[in-house]
Design a protein around this ligand. Structure first.
Ligand SMILES: [Zn+2]
Length: 177
């Protein structure tokens, strides 16, 4: 069975090599970072990504954020229609795995490629997130929503619905201080 690289191993490897010099390879896209966290990733992909990860604090931090999002079940997959006959249904309503957020994507009647995305925060988490800025990104790293939570929800206009990814991350934005 494949052994997964844990976050701790990545951090240890990185600190061991901290003295190594500038990063020669491009940053790892979010979709590939996510692959590191799932058991199905093949060994070749993992080995291809590790050298960069071990010497890039930026990507390592992204991985750490992603790992936290996964733990908190703030990441979810949008099941793609299995059969071609199965039409995409609108609006899409997705409850995240941890039951923390309900995400709804509505399509404009006049412009099929545009719409509105809304994240509703489940009552138990509302107090903690009220007034905070939330972000939703897809597996291409595309920002789909960014906005402040008011009365437990946040909405934003969305474009490019035809090109939506199949995996999304909802998370509060870190207040960088
Ligand atoms: Zn990087």
């Amino acid at each position: 069975m494949d052994k997964q690289i844990t976050l701790q191993e990545a951090i240890t490897a990185w600190s061991d090599r901290q003295e190594s010099l500038a990063e020669p390879t491009p940053h790892i896209p979010p979709a590939e970072l996510y692959e590191l966290l799932v058991p199905s990733v093949d060994q070749r992909t993992r080995e291809a990504l590790m050298p960069h990860l071990m010497q890039c604090p930026i990507c390592l931090r992204d991985l750490q954020d992603l790992a936290q999002a996964v733990e908190a079940a703030e990441i979810w997959d949008l099941a793609q229609p299995k059969a071609a006959a199965e039409e995409m249904q609108w609006p899409k309503k997705i409850l995240t795995e941890g039951g923390k957020y309900l995400v709804e994507i509505r399509r404009s009647l006049s412009q099929a490629n545009r719409g509105v995305i809304t994240v509703r925060i489940e009552p138990a988490y509302r107090d903690a997130l009220e007034g905070k800025t939330m972000r939703v990104t897809d597996d291409e790293g595309r920002l789909l929503l960014r906005g402040r939570v008011i009365d437990g929800e946040v909405s934003d206009a969305i474009e490019g619905l035809d090109g939506l990814g199949s995996r999304f991350v909802v998370q509060p934005e870190e207040s960088t201080g």
